[in-house]
Design a protein around this ligand. Structure first.
Ligand code: RB5
Length: 148
């Protein structure tokens, strides 16, 4: 799978761990930054990854900031994005299985490296279930249409 990854300054070390983990599993990773420890604005990187997911440049996205919140909120402003903050594997599984989320977010100040890898692994191993969940995801998309 081709995965876009983005982060702010709080997540440099964790991102490096996650990229290594993904590449060892045979995934292709596109790094949208930041790669500087200087304080930066997470919406920039949330939007970059979100646009890459929507355009099909990457299959799915991973976003990391301090909490996972700000960067996922930014990504969720892009039409077609369903970004979920997951701090444990159960939510990550449900976010794929029931919500067909296309971006996983978590917080570098919330989860450690090993837990983050379990979350990522669960996310990547879980397929959308469809059925009644498709109707609900379509309802979310319909809300976006009303904004235009
Ligand atoms: C940066 O200090 C911090 O606000 C950011 O990483 C993130 O947690 C925002 O939601």
């Amino acid at each position: 799978m081709k995965i876009g990854i983005g982060n702010d300054h709080s997540a440099l070390e964790l991102k490096a761990e996650i990229i290594e983990f993904l590449e060892n599993k045979g995934h292709e990773v596109v790094d949208f930054g930041t790669n500087s420890a200087e304080s930066c604005d997470y919406p920039v990187y949330g939007e970059k990854v979100a646009r890459a997911v929507v355009s099909g440049e990457v299959d799915q996205g991973i976003l990391i900031c301090g909490t996972g919140l700000g960067i996922s909120l930014a990504a969720n402003k892009v039409k077609g994005i369903r970004a979920a903050v997951c701090s444990e594997p159960f939510t990550a599984r449900m976010a794929r299985q029931h919500n067909n989320c296309n971006i996983l977010a978590f917080g570098a100040r919330v989860v450690g490296g090993e837990l983050a890898k379990m979350i990522v692994e669960t996310w990547l191993d879980t397929e959308f279930e469809g059925g009644r969940h498709q109707r609900r995801v379509d309802m979310i998309s319909a809300i976006e249409e009303k904004n235009e």
